[in-house]
Structure formats: structure tokens, C-alpha cells
Design a protein around this ligand. Structure first.
Ligand code: UD1
Ligand code: CA
Length: 425
């Protein structure tokens, strides 16, 4: 059973205004590239296949896309040189395969949702006529630079005119073409062959395909996007920051809907790909990167940095100016102040005192440390990895537990370098 839809993502552009060597669509938004977000939205349609048109930084873009959707059959086609959006689709045509309709979208429009793409597909299918085309439009206050949707007096679609080709009067129109379409596969090859580049930019315009459908008496269905914000493209680093904020709010809203308390969304940074259990509270000024798992009933922050591989088991607490990377904090354990937990596995109900450092890096390699259940690490301790702090063991304030220490269960070690504190006789 196939959905009958193939998605083409145009991502060949250089993105000169980003002022960066990174291919435009690989700029990051909350732990995922722009292209990653677009791929994710496209995948939501359960398409027959996804075709990505690449150009600038092709190899890098392809590798990143494959990492993003490992199990999915992605096709890549190289567009070199880039002669316009219509040319991009011409280049993609041989990779479209057997499918009923083709959705085209951009690699630099990361906010466009699966739902909006689905409405576009539904509109195209609903036309029930061969060769029908649906297109996404939006009403925008300042449409400068966009293609404009020109409608007839009865409101029906007439044509799209590019800003550079538009008359003064046409430039007054603020319904814009977003560049997202759903074409009928059956008429696409024939239409693509007829594209030319007789226009102000000397480019092959994908928009001419829409004109051809209308000229051929086939239905063209403009669909006005309810939330024009979804159409925000990214052309420079200012827009990247704006869009990042939108993506961030969506992520935070999803967590809040799942029962995570986020005291101050404005100062909370949570990447894509973070799991947080119900009833956990995230306090302000906290950064949680991709690849972190936080259980139920935990407390995180304020001012906490959780990096990839950080795991908080249920009811664990991690507090201000504490950084965790590739480390587990067991159920009911606490690391509340000024600590670094790197490559550390901490059991249940342990207390990590203020200012504790698990020194995991010897300048060449990273090493692991294990801390047993119920251990008590005194303030300002340094545990040099690799190392083992056994269950119910204690370190005194300022202890430096060197690699040669061999602490046993329940023992207390103090000093620098730390030595076993003999039980009082
Ligand atoms: C296009 C539309 C315009 C619409 C606007 C919305 C055409 C002719 N015009 O404008 O009506 O309002 O998008 O943003 O299509 N790309 C390629 N290969 C190319 C050219 C572009 O892959 O040869 C990709 C770019 O990487 C980018 C996207 O297509 O992601 C749009 O290209 P861009 O040049 O920004 O669009 P315009 O032609 O200005
Ligand atoms: Ca553009």
C-alpha cells in the first residue's frame, strides 16, 4: 500500500546571505538541521519516496539527510549548475518513479508542517481531475521578493508572477506564492519539457508549470495557509534565529502538553530528540541538548546544562551550574550545585556535593567513573577517572580521589590525595 505521494525537496541553493561555508539547509535549529525538520515534516505524509535536489555541498547534505532519516529510502539528485526552481524539478523528474502526485517544497522552509502539506495533497486529490495542481499561498504584509498570486475577478487563480517580472500594480498584491505545490504525476513530465527561461531572471521557473495547468483548462487550487508564519524561509542568520525561536516554542509546548513543567519558556532551551517524563520540572536558564533522557518527577535547573547521553532516572535532581555529559544520575540522586558529571554512572540515592568534578579527561582520552547507590560525595571533591566509588562510600570535603584509590563499600576517604579515614577506635 503506497500513499501515492512523492515529496521533492529543493535544497541545491547556496545561501550566500548566510555568510557561512555551511550549506544553507544544514544550519541548525534546536539540535536538528533545517533540512532535518523539512525531512521530518515530509516523512509525516508517509510518502512513496522523498527526493532531495542537492547542489552546493551535495555530499555533506546527502550524508546529513541520511543520518536524519536512517530507515527511509531517500533519493538524491545533483543539480549542477542551478538554473532555477523549474530546472531543479526537471533534474528530479527521473527519480520520481511510480507515484500519483508530487509535492515540492524547500529545504530552507523548516516551519512548514505535515498538516499543511497534507491539506495541499487533499486539495489536489479533491479536484478529481487529471492534471490538477494545488499551491500553498499566504497573505504577507511585506511581499517584496515573492511571486504574487494573480486572481481573476471571480477569485479563481489566474497566474503567478515573479516579483522581478511583476508590474507596479501586480506588486501591490500581497497574496504570495510560497513555492510549495502538489502536481499530478501524469502531466508533469510533459509540462516540464515545455518549460523555458524567457523571463527577467533567465531561469526555468517552476511557477510556469502552474500557468500551464491553468492554460490547459486543468484546475489550479490555491490554498491559503492559515498560519503564514509556517512559510517563513531562512535566508540569513537573523531569520535563522527567528525561526529557531518558533521551533523552540513548538518543542517546549509538546513537553508541556505531556506534563512537563517549564517555569520560564523564554529561557529554556530544549533540543529536538529529548525525552522528559511527566511531572518533571525544568527551572529557568537551562539548556538540554539532543540525546538526553529525563525521567519522571525530576528537577532540572536553574542554570543546568545537559548534554548528549545525560540520563536522569526518575526523581533525580540536577541543579544550578551543573553540567552532565554521557552520564547517568540514578533514581533519587542529587547533584544540585556547581558540578561536572562526565562519563559517570551514578546509582540511586547518591548525593553529589557542591563543586564536585568527575575528571574524565586526561588530556588524551575520556575515562568512566562509577558511583554506587547511596554514596555521599563531599563538597569540592575531585574523582579522577577511571574510578569507582562503591555504594555507601563517603568522600570528605575537598577530597581528591586518585586513580590508585581503592575505596571499599561504606568507607570514608579524605584529603589530597585521598586516603582511607580509619574508623575511630
Ligand atoms: C521562488 C518562487 C516564488 C516564491 C518563492 C518563495 C520560482 C520561479 N519562484 O522564488 O514565486 O514566492 O520561491 O520563496 O520558483 N533552488 C534549487 N535550485 C535552483 C533554484 C532554487 O534547488 O536552481 C532551491 C533553493 O535552494 C531554495 C528554493 O529552491 O531552497 C527557492 O529558491 P529561491 O531562489 O529562493 O526562490 P525564488 O526563485 O526566489
Ligand atoms: Ca528567494
Amino acid at each position: 500500500m503506497t500513499s501515492g505521494t512523492t515529496v521533492v525537496i529543493l535544497a541545491a541553493g547556496k545561501g550566500t546571505r548566510m555568510k557561512s561555508e555551511t550549506p544553507k539547509c544544514l544550519h541548525e535549529l534546536c539540535g536538528r538541521s533545517m533540512l532535518g525538520w523539512v525531512l521530518g515534516a515530509a516523512e509525516g505524509l508517509s510518502p512513496d519516496r522523498i527526493v532531495v535536489v542537492v547542489g552546493h555541498g551535495a555530499a555533506e547534505v546527502e550524508a546529513a539527510a541520511r543520518r536524519e532519516l536512517p530507515g527511509v529510502d531517500l533519493q538524491f539528485v545533483l543539480q549542477e549548475p542551478q538554473l532555477g526552481t523549474g530546472h531543479a524539478l526537471q533534474v528530479a523528474a527521473p527519480a520520481l518513479g511510480d507515484t500519483e502526485r508530487v509535492v515540492v517544497t524547500y529545504g530552507d522552509m523548516p516551519l512548514l508542517s505535515t498538516e499543511s502539506m497534507q491539506s495541499l495533497v487533499d486539495a489536489q486529490m479533491g479536484a478529481g481531475a487529471p492534471g490538477a495542481v494545488s499551491i500553498l499561498t499566504a497573505i504577507i504584509d511585506d511581499p517584496t521578493g515573492y511571486g504574487r498570486i494573480i486572481r481573476r475577478e471571480d477569485g479563481s487563480f489566474e497566474r503567478i508572477v515573479e516579483h522581478k517580472d511583476a508590474s507596479e500594480e501586480e506588486r501591490m498584491v500581497n497574496e504570495t506564492n510560497l513555492g510549495v505545490y502538489c502536481f499530478d504525476r501524469g502531466t508533469l513530465d510533459g509540462d516540464l519539457e515545455r518549460l523555458d527561461n524567457n523571463n527577467a531572471q533567465g531561469e526555468y521557473y517552476i511557477t510556469d508549470l502552474v500557468g500551464m495547468a491553468d492554460a490547459g483548462g486543468r484546475p489550479v487550487l490555491p490554498l491559503v495557509l492559515e498560519d503564514a508564519g509556517e512559510a517563513q524561509g531562512v535566508n540569513d542568520l537573523g531569520q535563522l534565529a527567528e525561526v529557531r525561536w518558533q521551533v523552540q516554542m513548538r518543542i517546549l509546548e509538546q513537553h508541556m502538553a505531556a506534563g512537563v513543567r517549564i517555569m520560564d519558556p523564554a529561557t529554556t532551551f530544549i533540543d529536538h530528540g529529548v525525552e522528559i517524563g511527566c511531572g518533571t520540572e525544568i527551572l529557568p536558564c537551562t539548556v538540554i541538548r539532543s540525546g538526553v533522557k529525563v525521567g519522571e518527577g525530576c528537577e532540572v535547573g536553574p542554570f543546568t546544562h545537559l548534554r548528549a547521553g545525560a540520563v536522569l532516572e526518575d526523581t533525580a535532581e540536577v541543579g544550578n551550574f551543573t553540567e552532565m555529559k554521557n552520564s547517568t544520575l540514578g533514581s533519587g540522586s542529587k547533584a544540585k550545585h556547581l558540578s561536572y558529571l562526565g562519563d559517570t554512572r551514578i546509582g540511586a540515592k547518591a548525593n553529589i556535593g557542591a563543586g564536585t568534578i568527575f575528571a574524565n579527561y586526561d588530556g588524551k582520552e575520556k575515562h568512566p567513573t562509577t558511583v554506587g547507590d547511596g554514596a555521599f560525595i563531599g563538597s569540592g571533591s575531585i574523582v579522577v577517572a577511571p574510578n569507582v566509588v562503591p555504594p555507601a562510600a563517603t568522600t570528605g570535603a575537598g577530597a581528591v580521589i586518585t586513580r590508585s584509590a581503592e575505596m571499599q563499600e561504606g568507607e570514608t576517604w579524605v584529603g589530597m590525595p585521598a586516603r582511607k579515614l580509619s574508623p575511630k577506635s
